[in-house]
Design a binder for this molecule. Sequence first.
Ligand code: HEC
Length: 73
Amino acid sequence: MTTEAVTTDPISICNQDPRVNLNLVPLAVCAGARVFFDQTFNGNGRTCGTCHSPMNNFTIDPAFVAALRRWWA
Ligand code: HEC
């Protein structure tokens, strides 16, 4: 197993997360968040959280999109 596989596996990451180990956050919730914020699904490098940012209540609207850094800029 490569180092990258270890560091990108949501369950491995969450099993070391103090919020999970202190029973503040369920393992499944942590793992789901890691998928949402870390996984790019062999796509164009974006994660779900790239567009659905917690800083914009996980939603996307024209003003938020306009404020994102554009890849061609
Ligand atoms: C490139 C930007 C982008 C990415 C990346 C993205 N989304 Fe979206 N998502 C959108 C847009 C745009 C809409 C439509 C918003 C609307 O209609 O108001 C949307 C809509 C949604 C909706 C429906 C929300 C609603 O209220 O109807 C869900 C659920 C959703 N996305 C989940 C995800 C998940 C899960 C991922 C990751 C696997 C993801 N999105 C990745 C841009 C993105």
